[in-house]
Write a protein that binds this ligand. Structure first.
Ligand code: ARG
Ligand code: ZN
Length: 847
């Protein structure tokens, strides 16, 4: 039952206007629809009308007022062409649905007495019969009747009274952008005046009591609106912009036109309850959803294969925004860390797929790191290749040419070709070829000339045994032995499997700094001495590569320790010491440079080098390196710990957040030496969650913190978002041999509300992130996770499918672990009544 890109056919019937009336009731909400259809001039001939619909109770339907007697199929309704007036008609229908029974959190559902919707990708069909596909764009008018104080939908308000409200959205949109919210809500409000003078009312709607935690979200929204005007020339286009925070939400947030719906964790923040990381995420996701208003809503996707058209571009835009608000260097490093942990992992396993997939069974399974994060990298490469000015010109053309349309990646590429007169046919491979390219570079020095030879290859991925050469932009600079830059950054464009570049007239042999700014999402393989990397760590003028030098050194040191028990070189500690002592560096950068590669990253690296990673050995090696480093750098760390104290009231800005990051990195290291004395002191003295949680985590990492865990629980048991942290931290940091029992205890805790996606993710996702624990050779955790996936699947298949990716790396490990994981996957696959979502994932993982 797979759907293929190559089978795309345009819709024979288009929608002009939609009138919806909702009579809200938890058990039986009635949805009345009146839809004006017209013939699609691009599709000649007579065609049936197909309306998607799932789990709807149809009470009546008519065409131009003539009642119809239709028998719905399980996925929708077909009205034969013979019943359809040739030049258009009005469809009316009434269905009833039960939002209180909807546990899938798709379509119209209830969360704590509040009605809300999630329609992307195919949730609208659970609300009423409709051509639920993004290439059908229409103007919506919505009337909501219900006994609740706040009734919201898309667009501008069009009247309201006692128990009812109407909304009119002037902008044609696909059904996946429809939204409705009704509940006892309060707003934290503000306003924004657009560049051309439109006054926009801004509201963040939350449950009573939470309105004190909305200021940062509102501030982020205002900054996003201004930024999109200044950088992309995009203005907001309605009189109101509403954001609603919901506790039960499968994803991060959703860009419904004029009515964004958010997982409450990405809206609510106070210094006492949210960490610096939470604040940064709120800023980023508020921006992301706001930016979708143009890249996603005004210009949408023709079909779901084109998902990266809106997601890759919008992620790229939110990355630019966060960089502008904070630090580009730090942001780039964070983004690459995410890309490597999530996307490279996906690309290297059984779930690898193109940035633009070519087939799917369940589209919800393709909201992936590849579509989002690699999709954003592809935009970044395009910008690097054509240059910033040409990129700006291409985007202007994109908005001008395609406003109001549902587009494809071909449209996107054509815009760049037309704006820059470049042939981008090879570049398109980034959308059509899966897998992370490997790039091997070798150096040759001869009499003032440095020759760099690059060899690339892309490993096979499911369904793609053979790969073609990728176009790879390699940003590169050369440093003289004294640290001065003899060749500022240039971008080499690789197009062939093997290519050489010569740099002539050099006085001395330089040290190349390759793939600056991580200019392409590839794995760079390079034989480089410890000395050379220490040199780059000390001198590279490109901040990303400076960090990367230390990172790759730490990775190799750890890989060696884990595989052959070797000892770390002194040069590694010396490099870190000079970094730690450099007061000219941004503390946030130093904190990142101190972060050791995760156990997961080492496993991935070892697998890529042809080894079979041993999770226990990796865990031991990482702990040992961390301890040796703390011993070697104790004095410097202690010094920085005191120096980085942030006085005065809490501010989530990048400056103080960076200081806290460095201070907490020092704390985690020092706790290994002082038995947790400093951490306990910080825990009890903290007036903000960033410091408190970091202290708790430092304690748990050294096997202490029992008392503090209990104190934390008592203090925060009334706060759901903080309790999520309590669950995930324990699952993540449990000692490997105790991970399963800790997880079982947590699952039995009265606060483990497993039907809440955040809580489920906190425990199950936390455990999966505990690499050595999850992969404990007993297989206990595998069984535990599989049991929970099977329990969740009948209620919330989307969430179960997403969490099943805990198993996607099974192919890396030894035969014993492989067998245990495959057993669990097979057990899931054999379960009767499995959802389409989870079934597709498990089958792909089993290969
Ligand atoms: N478009 C949303 C965002 O990126 C995500 C929606 C995901 N929905 C889903 N059913 N997978 O901001
Ligand atoms: Zn998005």
């Amino acid at each position: 039952q797979a759907i293929h890109l190559s089978d795309y056919a345009p819709p024979p019937w288009l929608v002009e206007t939609v009138h919806l009336t909702f009579r809200l009731d938890p058990q039986s909400t009635r949805v009345l629809s009146r839809i004006r259809f017209r013939r699609n001039p691009a599709v000649p001939g007579d065609h049936d009308l197909w309306l998607d619909g799932e789990k709807l109770t149809l009470t009546r339907a008519a065409i131009d007022g003539q009642p119809l007697d239709l028998v719905p199929e399980s996925t929708g309704l077909r009205v034969p062409a013979a019943l359809l007036p040739a030049d258009g008609f009005e469809w009316t229908a009434e269905v009833s649905i039960a939002p209180a029974e909807n546990t899938t959190l798709m379509g119209l559902y209830m969360s704590k007495g509040m009605y809300c919707t999630q329609c992307e990708a195919e949730g609208f069909r659970k609300i009423t019969y409709y051509p639920d596909r993004p290439d059908v764009m229409a103007r919506f008018h919505v009337r909501i009747e219900g006994d609740l104080p706040v009734l919201l939908s898309n667009g501008n308000p069009a009247g309201s009274g006692d128990g009812w409200a109407e909304w009119e959205d002037p902008w044609p949109k696909p059904s996946y952008l429809f939204a409705l919210v009704a509940g006892d809500l309060v707003a934290h409000s503000g306003s924004f005046t657009t560049a051309s003078g439109r006054d926009v009312a801004l509201n963040i709607w939350v449950r009573p009591g939470d309105e004190t935690k909305c200021a940062y979200a509102l501030d982020s929204l205002i900054r996003s609106m201004r930024w999109d005007e200044e950088v992309y020339g995009r203005e907001y286009d309605l009189d109101v912009f509403n954001i609603v925070a919901v506790d039960d939400f499968n994803m991060g947030a959703m860009e419904n036109k004029g009515l964004n719906i958010f997982n409450s964790r990405y809206v609510l923040a106070s210094p006492e309850t949210a960490t610096d990381q939470d604040y940064e995420n709120i800023e980023r996701i508020i921006a992301h959803e706001y930016f979708h208003n143009w890249t996603g809503n005004r210009i949408t996707c023709r079909d779901w294969f084109q998902l990266c058209l809106k997601e890759g571009l919008t992620v790229y835009r939110d990355q630019q925004f966060s960089g502008d608000m904070r630090s580009h260097a730090v942001k780039r490093i964070e983004d690459v860390l995410t890309l490597r942990t999530r996307q490279f992992r996906e690309d290297g396993g059984p779930l690898a797929h193109n940035v633009r997939p070519e087939s799917y069974v369940e589209i919800n399974n393709f909201y992936t790191a590849t579509v989002y994060e690699k999709g954003a990298e592809v935009i970044g490469m395009l910008r690097r290749l054509v240059g910033a000015d040409a990129y700006d010109a291409a985007l202007r053309l994109y908005f001008e040419r395609h406003d109001g349309q549902a587009c494809t990646i071909e449209d996107w590429i054509a815009v760049f070709e037309d704006a820059t007169h470049r042939d981008l046919s090879q570049f398109k491979r980034w959308y059509t070829q899966a897998g992370t390219p490997r790039l091997r570079v070798s150096e040759d020095w001869d009499d003032g000339t440095l020759t760099l030879t690059f060899r690339q290859w892309v490993p096979p991925t499911p369904g793609q045994p053979l790969k073609e050469a990728m176009p790879i932009p390699v940003a590169l600079g050369l440093l003289a032995p004294d640290g001065t830059e003899v060749q500022p950054t240039v971008v080499l464009e690789l197009t062939d499997p093997e290519q050489s570049f010569r740099f002539e007239g050099l006085a001395e042999r330089p040290v190349p700094s390759i793939l600056r700014g991580f200019s392409a999402p590839v794995i760079l393989e390079r034989d480089q001495s410890v000395e050379e990397r220490a040199f780059l760590l000390a001198h590279d003028t490109d901040p990303f590569n400076r960090w990367e030098a230390g990172r790759s050194l730490a990775r190799d040191v750890l890989a060696d320790m884990a595989t052959n028990g070797s000892e770390p070189p002194q040069l590694f500690f010396d490099g870190l010491r000079s970094l730690l002592g450099d007061r000219t560096l941004d503390p946030a950068f130093v904190a990142l440079a101190l972060r050791l590669p995760s156990e997961e990253a080492i496993a991935e690296h070892l697998h890529g080098q042809g080894h079979t990673p041993d999770p226990a050995a990796i865990h031991t090696a990482r702990r040992r390196l961390s301890l040796l480093r703390a011993q070697d750098l104790a004095a410097d760390l202690g010094c920085r710990y005191h120096e980085m104290m942030v006085p005065g009231p809490y501010s989530p800005d990048a400056g103080p957040a960076g200081r806290r990051a460095l201070r907490n990195a020092a704390l985690a290291a020092l706790s290994q030496l002082d038995g947790g004395a400093r951490a306990a002191e910080q825990f009890y003295g903290a007036d903000n969650m960033t410091e408190q949680l970091a202290a708790l985590s430092a304690l748990l990492e050294i096997g202490a913190g029992e008392t503090e865990l209990a104190a934390f629980h008592d203090r925060w048991k009334g706060d759901r978002l903080v309790m999520d942290k309590w669950f995930s931290l324990q699952a993540m940091l449990a000692p490997p041999d105790r991970a399963a029992s800790v997880a079982r205890t947590l699952a039995g805790h009265p606060a483990f509300d497993w039907k809440n996606p955040n809580r489920f993710r906190a425990l199950i996702g936390g455990l999966a992130a505990n690499a050595a624990g999850f992969h404990d050779p007993s297989g206990d955790c595998y069984r535990f996770v599989a049991d929970w996936l099977l329990r969740l699947d009948p209620l919330n298949p989307q969430m179960a499918a997403r969490m099943s990716t805990a198993f996607e790396t099974w192919g890396r490990y030894d035969g014993g672990r492989q067998t245990l994981i495959r057993q669990e996957l097979s057990r899931i696959e054999a379960t009767e009544g499995l959802s389409r979502d989870l079934r597709e994932m498990v089958m792909r993982m089993l290969g």
